[in-house]
Design a protein around this ligand. Structure first.
Ligand code: H79
Length: 616
């Protein structure tokens, strides 16, 4: 194992400036996997209250949540910004000890307050009692600890007189306001942020969804940022067309290096796409003392494993208090994650998404090719959430020969159990037609998540994942089981596929039935008035192509008009026609919106293939 792969170590040295699109530019970010998000500003001392009254919603949204006049907000809160206990080195060491490899802080959030001394506004830290250049102190401390520095920057600005549209309660006249001038101001501020603080590694835009921001502004801003810092990594919120909180861009031509799921984790891996889930530990980004709905350390550790197993990064938020300290509840959780990472970081840093298309019943998997385990091997890291009670962990569908198996960080005591020789740290494995079975200790060495390191010969040879018939012979393809492209994503709300806003995006299911036959294809969907359209299904199967590789054969297409329904939650099932399924072969059922009546197509909950009665 190289030092960069070992737990808790800083990542590889900064790469030289690479061309946009060149993979090396993204290397450090893909390896890092885990970063700290910091939301800090005037709302922090307010702690969720305006005029002594608690405001509902996230702390950093105080101005909007309490419908405060922007001038009154500024006059009340700017004099209060004096975080005398702020210690950049301490923040950096909290992030570092948690195993985080980069830090992204709000240079300016939606309220418009600037945490660095800006020449272009008085609404900044230099005009507050505190005066210090927080951005410089933090960037220096973060780099001193071997981490990377990123800026969050809000496009939406509730206070700047040229930003449009105005909040409904904001009585300042819009006459004379110029959005072009606002963008010039924002670019001037970005220039300060990207020329005064050395190499900035990430620019994390937000607040891009109001109608004044356009694809053209996105392109120009992206080009401008890259002209100042060619190696920088920019999120997809620089451009328009983000598909809700699921966070992927609807268009292939949208700018941005990575998708930004917010408070949500995709249901599957996303081959070929870079993404980062940002998440709070409680329910607010900016500090709010009434919010005590903390996720447990166990939940956060498992989220990190889940995200890594799907090939994403985890940007975990802290909301420091008005005095400059990170809440103890957050520090405690970061310490627990750090303790886990010191033992298990090897299974997270620099690993790739699971070779299994879907999570295994007991947990998650990441992988690393070659490395210290030797050329021609692959290391699978089995993240076990549900420890086996029968002493056997089944890795179903894995056909490779096993080189070795061990518990990460194991001592002879933790490895003891059925099938484990006394004093050994290796685990016994067996392989049969069903896959690999690992003999496990009776008690989970780590109740939050134990990692079993399984070294196999060659690249992973995993049985393809498919949906088989249920007891009635019907093949039920749920939204959760879909493999999606483009903007389409699973939504918890109605357990549906949503954000179906782009005709290029697809949802696909792989199915297999034992016997050939005719199946009726039905779709369960909802669409609000004005939406709906024409769905096109292409059914194809993979057939062995003689001596050459397998080829795909189209088995038929079905198109059908789906009329709008009463709402996005008003589901109905419609039968579209019949398809002929081969027996014993993998069949791909792919849906696309051939025509969209409105700006979005439909919420799709399931596609069902029901066997037709055999006519005698
Ligand atoms: O900074 C934190 C939050 O204050 C900020 N983003 C994180 C990182 C945030 N701003 N707004 N929200 C979170 C929720 C806003 C959701 C909506 Fe929309 C805006 C719903 C409709 C417009 C985003 C854009 C989701 C759909 C379209």
């Amino acid at each position: 194992m190289s030092s960069a792969e070992s737990s808790g170590e800083p990542i590889a040295p900064r790469s030289s400036q690479a061309e946009r699109g060149a993979d090396t530019r993204m290397d450090w970010w893909r390896n890092a996997r885990f970063g700290m998000f910091i939301h800090w500003g005037l709302y922090s001392p307010a702690a969720g209250k305006w005029d002594g009254k608690e405001a509902a919603g996230a702390g950093e949204w105080l101005l909007t949540n309490a419908q405060v006049d922007p001038i009154a907000y500024r006059e009340a809160l700017l004099p209060q910004f004096n975080p005398v206990r702020f210690d950049a080195a301490q923040w950096a060491s909290i992030a570092k000890d948690a195993g985080m490899q980069y830090v992204v802080i709000t240079t300016k959030h939606h309220d418009g307050f600037c945490l660095w001394p800006s020449d272009l506004t008085d609404y900044d830290v230099a005009s507050a009692p505190f005066k210090r250049d927080i951005m410089k102190e933090l960037a220096d401390a973060v780099r001193a600890d071997g981490m990377r520095m990123g800026w969050y920057h809000s496009i939406m600005d509730w206070t700047h007189p040229d930003y449009l549209p105005r909040r409904g309660w904001d009585k300042r006249p819009t006459d004379g306001a110029s959005f072009d001038r606002y963008v010039a101001y924002m670019h001037g501020q970005l220039k300060e942020l990207l020329t005064r603080y050395g190499q900035i590694d990430v620019l994390w835009f937000d607040g891009e969804w109001e109608n004044t921001w356009t694809h053209d502004w996105g392109k120009r801003t992206d080009d401008f940022v890259r002209s100042l810092q060619p190696q920088i990594i920019v999120n997809n919120r620089v451009d328009v067309g983000r598909a809700g909180m699921a966070g992927f861009s609807a268009s292939e031509t949208a700018r941005g290096d990575f998708g930004t799921p917010e408070q949500t984790i995709p249901t599957t891996g996303m081959p070929g796409r870079d993404w980062e889930t940002c998440m709070t530990m409680n329910d607010t980004w900016g500090f709010k003392d009434s919010d005590t709905n903390w996720k447990s350390s166990r939940t956060l550790i498992r989220m990190l494993c889940d995200i890594a197993s799907k090939g994403g990064n985890f940007l975990l938020n802290v909301g420091p208090r008005g005095d400059g300290t990170i809440p103890p509840e957050s520090v405690e959780r970061l310490k627990a994650i750090g303790a886990w990472m010191r033992v298990n970081g090897e299974s997270i840093y620099g690993t790739h998404a699971s070779p299994f298309a879907r999570p295994l019943p007991w947990g998650r998997v990441t992988q690393r090719a070659g490395g210290a385990a030797g050329a021609g091997t692959t290391t699978l890291y089995l993240h076990v959430f549900e420890w086996p009670t029968d002493g056997v962990l089944r890795v179903t569908g894995l056909a490779n020969d096993v080189v070795s198996a061990s518990v990460l960080g194991a001592t002879p005591a933790t490895a003891a159990g059925a099938g484990v020789p006394p004093g050994a740290t290796t685990l016994l494995t067996t392989r049969d037609s069903g896959g690999v079975a690992v003999a496990t200790p009776r008690v989970a060495p780590n109740a939050d998540c134990t990692v079993i390191k399984l070294v196999i010969k060659g690249a992973p040879d995993v049985a393809p994942w498919f949906i088989g018939p249920d007891a009635r012979g019907a093949v039920v393809c749920t939204a959760r089981d879909a493999t999606t492209t483009g903007s389409i994503a699973f939504e918890e709300r109605f357990q549906n596929l949503g954000f179906w806003t782009d005709p290029q995006s697809t949802a696909e299911w792989t199915v297999k039935v034992p016997q050939p036959g005719l199946y009726a294809l039905a779709i369960e969907y909802a669409a609000e008035p004005g939406a709906g359209g024409t769905v096109e299904f292409v059914v194809s199967s993979t057939v062995a192509g003689g001596a050459s590789a397998a080829t795909t054969k189209t088995r038929g297409t079905l198109t059908h008009t789906l009329p709008a329904r009463a709402s996005w939650g008003d589901f109905a099932t419609v039968e579209l026609g019949e398809i002929d399924l081969p027996g014993g072969a993998l069949v791909q059922v792919r849906a696309r919106a051939a025509r969209m009546a409105g700006s979005a197509f439909a919420n799709v909950r399931a596609v069902t293939l029901t066997p037709m009665p055999v006519v005698p």
